[in-house]
Design a protein around this ligand. Structure first.
Ligand code: ATP
Length: 584
């Protein structure tokens, strides 16, 4: 979508509202220029003593009063219908952005820092709300005011009108120069706001580390630097604004001087009446507000344009074509075989691949383990299987279906991944377990069952409010092991055909790990499981274990077979035996 199409698309969302506002603004402006006409006639009738003139005078005064009252009502309506679309557009855009962000692949989120996204959603959408609300109202108002008012002035005296607008034309010229300069700074301001938000998010996420490592002064200095840059841009915009905004006011004052001077001279020459000069002055007053508004329109317009660009950087980000396909509603009746065939994967920009020629199958109901040292590519393999990473076609299959050709939403109905860094929401234990299952009929018994399967029930019973205890932001109130077990409980609540556990038990002791896995395998009889770990104790009871080393599968088999055939596996096992003995 181009910028123009974007603006039009959201404009048309509220077309009826804008249409009513347009008519109302026209009416207000028409009434505004009509009223001085009656005032003019009334003033010119003041010196006449005839009864007919008295009647005309009363009629003119009545018109002024009635028109003024109508104008109040229409003005309120014009504001309502012109300002509401700004709010509606902002709300609609928030929905559109969240929808898009939810569907964009991981590659997008890796490039776009969360702080920047938050700044776009808060600051840039603010700019768009003003653009579609007050921006529209003031623009239409100014167009009508600046076109209707001079026509009426022209009708009274073309020459006085031409002389009196000279100051305004000059002010416009200078104003335009300021407008061009401001555009650059408005873009800079939005980008610096995004950077500040990005920095703040970064530092707040690591606030514990910053305190522990006494990095406070350095962080303060960094934030101060970014803040100073932002302030500098804001000050530049303000300087230009303080210079050009009053210029338009001065132009209006100057216009009045011309009207009084030149108009007074014309009055003496009897080319104009007193009423006509009064009307002229009223018209010049009518021009004062729109001229002052021009400055604000310029700011709103520029902020709106910058904001549209930022929002478009999200809305125009490409969702992979495959994910746009409607996911088929059919559920698999039986679990399929997962086949990884000759998978080689390199991250973008990497010379050597992280995974090399990896091949294995997970049969329905089979429990498979992957053992590998730190950095051997275990998480990369998991993220290829669950399609977080863009895997090449023809290497990972679910039954006969190539997962690279499957919409991700469809694929994730069959697969559940528990990661080594569980994410918890700032809510209660129960809400975290139930998260994402709204609409499904899950009773308390099921919640208690998964709590006990993940060996968390005892911990939760010790919490002051049981499973209604608030876990704090990102689960700050829980230990690392409790967080991991809570994420296991969450994953167990919603069924899946293939469960992947990526190092999820690294923060629990060997005994708890044994209990969790034992209970888990009992419960998930027919489901396939892939357990990834660098601890052999988590894998030894599985049907098959793959040994991953520097991205390659260097051995495979059962625990006993590997002890007999793989030196790497045996040495790792012997080393880990000491840890087990220490914990027992
Ligand atoms: N997003 C990424 N972009 C580029 N390289 C990456 C990315 N993620 C991981 N890598 C690299 O890929 C290699 C394998 O990482 P991976 O996280 O898969 O290992 P792992 O076996 O899961 O390690 P650990 O046990 O520490 O979790 C590492 O060298 C890592 O630096």
């Amino acid at each position: 979508m181009t910028k123009r199409q974007f603006i039009l698309h959201y404009f048309l969302l509220n077309k009826w509202s804008y249409l009513i506002a347009f008519v109302c603004i026209f009416l207000v402006n028409w009434l505004q220029v009509e009223i001085p006409r009656y005032i003019q006639q009334a003033i010119d009738l003041l010196g006449t003593a005839e009864a007919a003139a008295q009647h005309d005078l009363n009629r003119n005064v009545m018109f002024v009063v009635v028109f003024s009252l109508i104008m109040v009502g229409v003005r309120i309506m014009s504001r309502m219908f012109a300002l509401n679309p700004g709010r509606i557009t902002e709300a609609q855009l928030k929905n559109d952005l969240f929808f898009r962000l939810n569907r964009l692949p991981n590659a997008f989120h890796q490039k776009f820092a969360s702080g920047k996204l938050i700044s776009i959603i808060n600051n840039d959408l603010n700019g768009i709300r003003l653009f579609y609300g007050i921006g529209f109202l003031q623009l239409v108002n100014v167009i009508f005011a600046l076109s209707l008012t001079p026509i009426w002035m022209w009708r009274i005296s073309p020459s006085l009108m031409l002389y009196s607008v000279i100051p305004v034309v000059l002010a416009f010229f200078v104003f335009n120069q300021g407008f061009i300069r401001m555009r650059k700074y408005h873009t800079q301001r939005m980008h610096r706001l995004q950077r500040l938000s990005e920095q703040l998010m970064n530092y707040l996420s690591g606030i514990d580390l910053i305190k522990n490592q006494q990095m406070g002064p350095w962080v303060k200095q960094e934030i101060n630097r970014v803040n100073e840059e932002l302030l500098d841009t804001i000050m530049r915009v303000t300087r230009i604004q303080t210079f050009i905004m009053p210029l338009l006011d001065y132009a209006n004052d100057l216009m009045k001087v011309v009207i009084l001077g030149l108009g007074g001279y014309m009055l003496l020459q009897q080319n104009l009446t007193l009423g006509e000069i009064t009307a002229f002055l009223s018209y010049s007053a009518l021009l004062a507000l729109p001229l002052a508004q021009l400055g604000r329109i310029a700011v709103v317009y520029q902020m709106g344009m910058v904001s549209v660009e930022s929002v478009q950087s999200i809305l125009n980000a490409e969702i992979p074509k495959i994910d746009l396909q409607a996911s088929s509603e059919s559920e698999s009746s039986t679990t399929q075989t997962l086949s990884v065939r000759d998978l080689t994967f390199a991250y973008p920009g990497q010379d050597s691949p992280t995974l090399r020629n990896v091949s294995f199958d997970i049969q329905p109901g089979e429990k498979v383990g992957v053992l590998g040292s730190i950095g051997s590519g275990k998480s990369t393999l998991v993220n290829c299987i669950n399609h977080h990473l863009d895997v090449p076609a023809g290497h990972i299959f679910w039954g006969e279906e190539d997962i690279a050709q499957m919409p991700r939403r469809h694929w994730r109905r069959f697969i559940r991944t528990m990661t080594q860094e569980p994410y918890l929401f700032s809510d209660t234990v129960e809400a975290n377990i139930r998260f994402g299952t709204e609409g499904e009929s899950i009773d308390r018994g099921q919640v208690e069952e998964v709590l006990s399967l993940s060996q968390l029930a005892e911990d939760v019973s010790r919490f002051q409010s049981g499973d209604q205890t608030l876990v704090g932001e990102k689960g700050i109130m829980l230990s690392g092991g409790q967080k991991q077990r809570l994420s296991i409980a969450r994953a167990l609540l919603s069924p899946a055909d293939l469960i992947i556990m990526d190092n999820v038990l690294s923060a629990v002791d060997y005994e708890t790990e044994r209990k969790i896995l034992g209970g888990l395998f009992n419960r998930i009889g027919d489901q396939s499981v892939l357990v990834v770990s660098h601890r052999i104790s988590a894998l030894e009871s599985l049907d098959k274990i793959l040994v991953l080393h520097e991205g390659e599968v260097i051995a495979r088999g059962t625990h006993e077979e590997l002890l007999a055939n793989s030196d790497y596996y045996r040495e790792t096992w012997e080393l880990q035996q000491h840890d087990v003995e220490e914990q027992v």
